[in-house]
Design a protein around this ligand. Sequence first.
Ligand SMILES: [Zn+2]
Length: 203
Amino acid sequence: MDIFVCLLFSVIGGSLVDTHINTSEQIGVYIEDSDLGHQEVVLDAMNYWKRRLSVNFKLVNNMDDADIVVRWTENIQGKGEFNGRGGYIVMSNSHAEIVLEYFDNSLEWWLYGKRTLRRVATHEFGHALGLQDTNKLGDVMNPKGIRIPNEKMLKVVGFVLPLLSIFMVMSIVKHYVSYLRAKRKRFELEKFMKENGRITKNH
Ligand SMILES: [Zn+2]
C-alpha cells in the first residue's frame, strides 16, 4: 500500500503545491553521516520548516524508513540550482533525496560554508515538502537569493586571506620591535643624562 498520500496544502504566500510526502504525519529524515557542523545545518533547516509549516520530523536510522534522505558529496558536478553548486533534490515515488555539497576545507566552511549550506538545505527541504521556487525578495525559496562564490573566487580568497594575516602578524611584530627599540633608546638616554649629570656635579 502506498503510504505516501498526495495532498494539497496551502503554503505561506498562498500558492498551492502538491507533495508526495504526507506532511500531516511525522516525516522520517535520514541524514548520511557527517561532522557535527554539517549535521547542524540540516537540523536548522528542519527546524525552520517545523516552525513555518507546523510539520514534524523524526530522524530515522534506516534509509528505507525515510521520507527524506540527506546525502553529502564533495562535488555536485554542476547539478545545483545555485550556479551549479550547493545542492539539489531528486524526488522519487518513495522519497525525496537531497544532495548537499560537503565543505571539508575549514577556511571555506568558516567563510561562507555554514551560512550558505544552511540556506541551501532549507531551500531543498522546502522542495521536499512541496514548495516551489519563488522570486520573492528575501524568501528562502527564491534560488536567486542564494549566491555561492565560484571556485575561482574561493581560490583567490583562500590565497589572499592567509597572506593578509601574515602581513598583519608582521606589522604587529614590526610595531612591537620599534616600541622595544624606542624603549631602549630612552633608557640609554636617561642613563646618559644621569651619568652626565653626575659628572657635571662632580666637577
Ligand atoms: Zn529551488
